[in-house]
Ligand binder design. Structure first.
Ligand code: BGC
Length: 378
């Protein structure tokens, strides 16, 4: 309701400005207050689901549901002032209950794949669900993307929301009770900031990420092949035929994986079997938040800067999208019409001792931050 009032005020101000423009140049600034509001969004398995709307002073909005912590839309203006969502998604819960491939969702306990759905920790072998051929993908059959999180609003005037979920010892085969808190904040600089924290009572692998699918044109009739991308990474982790890293760290220079300077995504995609679906080893050093990637679409004037504290980035070009799912605007979501930039540790790290460790120990705090910032260029 509160949000509605802001929009009505904004519309009135715009109308007044237009009427005045015929006679004199009167400049009025449209004041939009940053806010957060909540609405009922149905239920699943008897549990109520909510949808939160975050709005900043530019009028950009992010909608997040407690089902899977999913970012259902991220609406910003393009260079002509037209607004549309830069992430694909649905306007009702039913679309998400039909299990789309992780659209906008929080991914856990383990983002991406664990080979043979098995790992050994402290001498004990753990068997996970094999939900991607023989491998384990994105936390299993009912990962963090398919559970209902508890939402808490920090303040009505700050567009920030925390989502909490406690994953029980043994859930999806993982050891330890894991308490996860994810904070989403929409800043007035059009940054969607995602802060992940977790604690466990037994050693366990943890690798949390967000699986938003971006199309900066805001229209899935356009592919993402003409978007340009820069990834600040000199290396990537090659994969086998089931998309499990071979364990090698390879240089990108001279290969289609070289995005060290901005390059059209479609430029060399045909040389990569199946399209891009790989982890880049980010050049970032230390633990501070650093810019690691820039995606750009000249037609809309939108760029997306990605900042993270994570060592890896899974760049996935929507290779398995096949037109069967329909975006909120009724348009079929075809292959390569949206892409993911998933900040993370490397896939299959629990079985690759040379990769940075993903094991969280009792008494330690898991803490990572990722920011997706929309920038307009004319
Ligand atoms: C994976 C893809 C997978 C997609 C959707 C990405 O993170 O790397 O292989 O198809 O998620 O499940």
């Amino acid at each position: 309701m509160k949000l509605m009032n802001y929009f009505i005020c904004a519309c009135l101000a715009i109308t007044t400005l237009a009427a005045c423009n015929n006679t004199a140049t009167v400049k009025e600034t449209v004041a939009i207050k940053a806010a957060i509001s909540k609405q009922d969004w149905g239920e699943t398995d008897g549990t109520k689901v909510d949808l939160y709307t975050l709005v900043n002073t530019k009028g950009s909005t992010v909608k997040i549901t407690t089902y899977g912590g999913i970012v259902t839309s991220f609406v910003t203006a393009d260079k002509s002032g037209n607004t549309s969502s830069i992430v694909i998604g649905f306007d009702s819960l039913s679309g998400y209950l039909a299990k789309p491939p992780y659209f906008g969702a929080l991914i856990g306990r383990y983002g991406n794949r664990i080979g043979n759905a098995t790992f050994t920790l402290d001498g004990k072998e753990y068997k996970l669900a094999a939900n991607d051929g023989k491998n384990h993908l994105h936390g299993g059959v009912k990962g963090f993307d398919k559970v209902v999180w508890t939402g808490t609003v920090i303040s009505d005037t700050l567009p920030a929301l925390t989502l909490t979920y406690v994953s029980k010892d043994g859930e999806e085969g993982y050891p330890g009770n894991l308490k996860v808190i994810v904070q989403y904040t929409l800043t007035n600089e059009d940054e969607l900031k995602i802060e992940y924290t977790a604690e466990t009572d037994k050693a366990t692998p943890v690798n949390l990420t967000n699986h938003s699918y971006f199309n900066l044109s805001g229209d899935v009739n356009n592919t993402i092949l003409s978007h340009t991308l820069m990834i600040d990474a000199n290396n990537y982790t090659p994969v086998d035929s089931t998309l499990i890293p071979t364990g090698e760290i390879k240089v990108v220079k001279g290969t289609p994986f070289d995005f060290t300077s901005p390059k059209a995504i479609g430029a060399e995609i045909d040389s990569v079997k199946g399209g891009y679906d790989h982890n880049w080893v980010l050049n970032r050093k230390g633990s501070i938040l650093q810019k690691v990637a820039v995606l750009a679409d000249t037609a809309s004037g939108r760029s997306l800067e990605v900042y993270t504290t994570e060592p890896g980035l899974q760049f996935y070009t929507g290779n398995f999208l096949d037109g069967k799912l329909v975006n909120r605007d009724g348009k079929a979501i075809q292959q390569h019409t949206a892409l993911c930039l998933e900040t993370q540790h490397f896939p299959d790290s629990p079985n690759k001792p040379a990769f940075p460790s993903t094991i969280l120990q009792p008494g330690q705090q898991y803490h990572t931050v990722t920011v997706y910032k929309v920038v307009l260029k004319n």
